[in-house]
Design a protein around this ligand. Structure first.
Ligand SMILES: [Zn+2]
Ligand SMILES: [Zn+2]
Length: 463
């Protein structure tokens, strides 16, 4: 057996990992790096050309975040006989998100904001989506490959991260003893506001491939989700009562809907006046509609809750309208969560920084090298921040805060997961090196016989 990461080992980049199980080639996820464009944003698929035995039969898509899904159309063009597996909700999300990604790539090229040719067009995405096979949670499906000589099955487990998200257990039914591999993907052991905590296979795995996003967050142990929710509620109340506007940068898929659910609670509890407008954007609204349509058929904490049961306004399209909207008490939920350049959250932050009444509150992970990460760091050290390279450094006068309401497990929960699943080997991916090293150190301390590996992109692991 063989494992080769093709992206997203020490960053949150293009998640895509190659697994060869007795001759069957399985790709785990097909992401793009959200911070690059064109060919540079793709996983390193060319590594698989080095060995003719490294065939590709299947791809399993764990969830519809761009860093796990965004290169799927490229994979399908490259491997025309590829079998594609996901949950029904992920498929519906893909049908919204991949055409939107194609349109965005074309627009950027036409406007001249990107020098890269689009990786795929809308037509190509629509033509291929009928080949996606979908499965219920906890129901084994076949993953045996054309050239494989062992029967292989996959089983999806709710990963507690976003709508439709799963971890996947892969079992190779070898005669002597079955081999069990579990890929956690992005996972959350605890309940959020809408999506309930993750579920996992039985202990005694052979290999665990686990994410490490929050591994470097050392404050997580001293906070709870409830206390963070309360702190955010009070912070929003503070800003609104002094006449300011609140910006919550959030991924359009997942975080945005969870934040809307939280604001609903703050309004019901009287923390935030009912008439304070809540602004959301087009893609968030399309996704919210899907959250609502699938509330009875996918894991929920409260199947009665509807995202569109909470009053929301659409973000104004014009620059003037956007500027005017942040001049009065209001709450703005805007992508991207890491405030990448040329996104709405980045533009809103540029308008809002100079007013001390305003507040910008992060509720998820912001990569160190992202504008969001730079803003958090600059605010902590009393420095100026560059959100937009053309605009240059800006003074930070407004309130900046970060709240631990991520869709990812904090590091103690990840440790608990690695210990309770009791694998012979744990492979850590999807986290900065510091995060992976902390987790690796603690897993090695806690268990004497578990081997922990931190591969780099392209580094094969045989087992
Ligand atoms: Zn994710
Ligand atoms: Zn991810």
């Amino acid at each position: 057996m063989l494992f080769i990461p093709l992206g997203a080992t020490d960053t949150i980049g293009a998640s895509c990992h190659y697994l060869n199980v007795d001759g069957t080639g399985i790709l785990l996820d097909a992401g793009v790096d959200p911070d690059s464009e064109g060919l540079a944003s793709l996983p390193r698929l060319e590594i698989l050309d080095e060995n003719p035995g490294w065939t590709v039969d299947h791809v399993v898509i764990t969830h519809a975040h761009h860093d796990h899904l965004g290169s799927l159309p490229v994979l399908i063009k490259r491997y025309p006989r590829l079998c594609v597996h996901m949950t029904g909700a992920t498929r519906e999300l893909a049908e919204i998100l991949l055409p939107a990604s194609a349109r965005l790539q074309r627009r950027k090229q036409q406007e001249g904001t990107s020098a890269h040719a689009p990786l795929f067009d809308e037509e190509e995405v629509r033509v291929v989506d009928f080949i996606y096979s979908t499965y219920e949670l906890n129901q084994p499906f076949d993953l045996t490959g054309g050239s494989g000589d062992t029967e292989i099955s996959g089983t999806f487990f709710n990963s507690g991260h976003i709508l439709g998200s799963v971890g996947v257990e892969i079992v190779a039914k070898r005669k002597a003893k079955p081999v069990r591999i579990f890929y956690s993907s992005d996972t959350n052991l605890r309940h959020q506001s809408i999506i309930p905590g993750g579920e996992y296979p039985a202990p005694g795995l052979d290999v665990l491939i686990m994410e490490s996003t929050m591994g470097a967050d050392d404050d997580a142990t001293t906070t709870t989700r409830a206390s963070e929710e309360e702190k955010l509620g009070k912070a929003i109340q503070r800003v609104i009562s002094r006449g300011g506007a609140v910006l919550i940068p959030a991924f359009a898929l997942g975080r945005a809907q969870e934040v809307v659910a939280l604001i609903d609670r703050y309004k019901s509890a009287g923390l935030v006046p009912d008439d304070v407008p809540v602004y959301t954007t087009g893609s968030m609204r399309a996704i919210a509609g899907l959250y609502d349509r699938t509330r009875l058929t996918t894991p929920r904490i409260d199947p009665e809750f509807e995202v569109f049961g909470v009053q929301q306004k659409r973000h104004p399209r014009s620059t003037e309208g956007t500027r005017a909207s942040v001049r009065k008490p209001s709450i703005h939920i805007a992508a991207s969560g890491m405030m990448f350049q040329n996104t709405l959250s980045n533009r809103l932050a540029q308008y809002m920084l100079s007013n001390e009444n305003n507040g910008i509150f992060f509720v998820g992970f912001a990569r160190e090298d992202s504008p969001g990460g730079a803003l958090l760091e600059a605010a902590e050290n009393g420095k100026k921040v560059v959100l937009n390279k053309e605009r240059g450094p800006q003074k930070i006068k407004c309130e900046i805060g970060q709240f631990r309401l991520s869709g990812h497990s904090h590091r103690d929960d990840l440790l608990e997961l690695a210990e309770s699943l009791d694998p012979l080997k744990t492979i850590l991916v999807h986290g900065e090196l510091e995060a992976r090293e902390w987790l690796a150190g603690r897993i090695r301390e806690g268990t004497s016989d578990q081997q922990v590996l931190l591969p780099t992109v392209g580094q094969p692991i045989h087992f």
